[in-house]
Design a binder for this molecule. Structure first.
Ligand code: GTP
Ligand code: MG
Length: 343
């Protein structure tokens, strides 16, 4: 629920109340039970939106809106909203718009959404058609247009990728807000956008590591992971995630100052597994070590994870040691590559 509040904050909403219900299973009609719906409706409080931590079916969202009289947003809707606010490049914008429309399509019924305005006035309402049919047609048309645009962008990216084929590539992965972009900046002397909110990064950025030697190490900053990230959203970010899939080494950044860091770590492992990256070389990096107050805690991490690096990307602590580890990994990778050529 704290994380949901943080997501809400990132989307520009302020949390004024929380409701929790324990149920053996969701109510098919309203997700929460009738009593709870009544309790929330009776509040009749000074709030505009009610946000659910899970995904609702379009019908559930509809009945809840009717019963409570406020706008209802589910987890996917909220994350999409954040993505839409955050998207900066053409690629990210196209991906987000596509995901938004795919999300919207089954939810059009019953809501009088006038899409002509939103979709930019393409198409004219045919004679005898209902508004809903027109809306659906417009959405489908826009979806196929966006799919075509993404294909073109994909092509561009794959050209860039093939040029990087013979370079050692390191993808910085991890839970959202772990400090991936801060680390990227520290390793490459860049100025990528960093913020103490979720999903500051939506695009994969590739930069060379600042280093004196000739053999380069390429670093890739990626979009963060989060628990219960809906699969259709993951799919819509496929071209961003492709960068991760092609990396030679995964730098898994963990925010050691987060109360639930070990759960976040497991979540990232699970997501990587789902992406078919279970066996890819990994380097575990515990970040924000400067925020850990007790020396015993540091000691414990060092004992439990002897191969991991403990750093502070923000303060530049042990960043050089990490660079050295990356150079070693690159040299090892180079040797193996030569060996496989000779075989
Ligand atoms: N104290 C401390 N704060 C850090 C450290 N590294 C990053 N931060 C802060 O953590 C917040 C998130 O940092 P980002 O680099 O944007 O994290 P990210 O993993 O790229 O996040 P997303 O792109 O949103 O997934 C920012 O406020 C950073 O200043 C660190 O080593 N110590
Ligand atoms: Mg980032």
């Amino acid at each position: 629920m704290d994380e949901l509040a943080q997501l809400a904050d990132t989307a520009g909403a302020q949390t004024v109340a929380r409701f929790v219900q324990a149920r053996p299973k969701p109510d098919p009609a309203t997700y929460i039970g009738k009593g709870k719906v009544g309790e929330i409706a009776a509040q009749n409080g000074d709030f505009d939106v009610i946000i659910f931590d899970d995904d609702l079916s379009p019908a559930q969202a509809g009945s809840l809106e009717k019963a409570i009289g406020k706008r209802v947003v589910d987890r996917s809707g909220l994350i999409l909203d954040i993505f839409a606010r955050r998207a900066r490049t053409r690629e990210a914008r196209t991906q987000v718009e596509l995901a938004q429309l795919q999300y919207l399509l089954p939810r059009l019924a019953g809501r009088w959404v006038h899409l002509e305005r939103q979709v930019g006035g393409i198409g004219v309402r045919g004679p005898g058609e209902t508004q809903l049919e027109t809306d659906r047609r417009l959405v489908r048309k826009r979806i196929s247009q966006l799919n075509r645009e993404l294909k073109a962008i994909d092509q561009q990216r794959s050209n860039q990728r093939s040029r990087r084929q013979n370079l050692f590539k390191v993808a910085i992965v991890g839970y959202t807000n772990a400090g991936k972009s801060t680390l990227m900046n520290a390793l490459t002397d860049s100025q990528l956008f960093v913020e103490d909110r979720l999903f500051a990064t939506l695009d994969a950025t590739v930069r060379a590591m600042k280093s004196a030697d000739v053999n380069r190490v390429l670093l890739i900053d990626t979009v963060g992971f989060i628990r219960k990230l809906p699969h259709h959203l993951v799919a819509s970010f496929r071209s961003t995630l492709d960068e991760t899939v092609l990396a030679d080494l995964l730098l898994h950044v963990v925010d050691l100052s987060h109360p639930h860091w070990s759960e976040q770590m497991r979540q990232v492992d699970r997501t990587l597994e789902e992406m078919g990256l279970k066996d890819r070389s990994r380097l575990l990096v515990f970040n924000k070590a400067d925020k850990v107050e007790h020396a015993v805690e540091i000691q414990r991490i060092q004992n439990d994870y002897p191969d991991a690096e403990l750093i502070s990307a923000l303060r530049g602590i042990r960043v050089d040691a990490l660079k050295e580890r990356l150079r070693e990994a690159r040299d090892q990778w180079g040797k193996e590559k030569v060996m496989s050529y000779e075989l």
